[in-house]
Ligand binder design. Sequence first.
Ligand code: 2DE
Ligand code: MG
Ligand code: MG
Ligand code: MG
Ligand code: MG
Length: 324
Amino acid sequence: ASIKPLVDLTKADMERVNQLILSKAGSDVQMIPEVAEHLISSGGKRLRPMLTIASAALYNYQGDNHIKLATSVEFLHTATLLHDDVVDESDLRRGRSTARMIWGNQASVLVGDFLLGQAFRMMVEVGSLEALDVLSSAACVIAEGEVLQLSVSKNMETTEDDYLSVIRAKTAALFAAAAEVGPIVANAGKAERNALKSYGTNLGLAFQLVDDALDYGGKAADLGKNVGDDFREGKITLPVILAYRRGTEKERAFWRDAIETGNNSDENLEKALGLITKYGALADTIARAVHYGTIARDALAPLPETPWKSALLEVIDFCIERVN
Ligand code: 2DE
Ligand code: MG
Ligand code: MG
Ligand code: MG
Ligand code: MG
């Protein structure tokens, strides 16, 4: 499966989005475009803004507001990444040093704040209170998800439900909002909004489940991030929850020592990977992603068969099969 049908269909609009991204990342304060462009021009997939463009096109939207909303969505995403790499103390993203490694944590947080402000200004320019509501609510929910994740970090008693609440908030909320604002600008009905919201939510859940599987099972060269970051951070993701639940008493003691006490040496990462493999925890994490992918697919079932719909359906499989 490929993202190419979506890339091809959104090409003309995404060129306009990219222009707007560069212009709205501008500032007389030189460090702002410098830091922002480091991340903006680092070869991200632009998946979320493409969802906005596609979900407006699905309902034959003819104006320009979807360009601004797609740009807002990408700015929200970029702001979260700048902040995320500070919170996670990450060194690598998209195969490059993170902004915080080059300019420091302070610059990363503050440039993220600038982009957040610009995102909201563009929403105001669009003038849809409904779109503003959906995107500003998503910003709050994302932050809540990160705080919830922080509050359960290094706690091996974290449940699968806790984990799902975290990823629903920190990742799925922005996918959902990106997809929902399309039908909103296109003045489609409530049922159409809900269909795209459900598609986005479930696609986002699948996306983060795969992200969490790749953090253990991926290759650094593909990922552009370090393998094992989540382990070193003591982040409790589904592969860990499943391996812990299925482990022997001795293995469970190992997990508590590694995650709760913080004995996260490379040797222990290897051991953790061994247990995750032993209990099929990556395969089952991917199976869960497939499950949410199916719900995303079902959400689009009522929509007419168009190239846009096919492209959005193919994105589901792309997100599940991706290696980065
Ligand atoms: C990705 O998780 C989650 C991203 C959300 C980050 C949001 C923050 C709050 P990962 P990777 C930090 C900021 C909120 C704003 C600006 C509204 O697994 O593996 O850490 O790509 O992602 O590092
Ligand atoms: Mg991170
Ligand atoms: Mg994070
Ligand atoms: Mg991750
Ligand atoms: Mg991470």
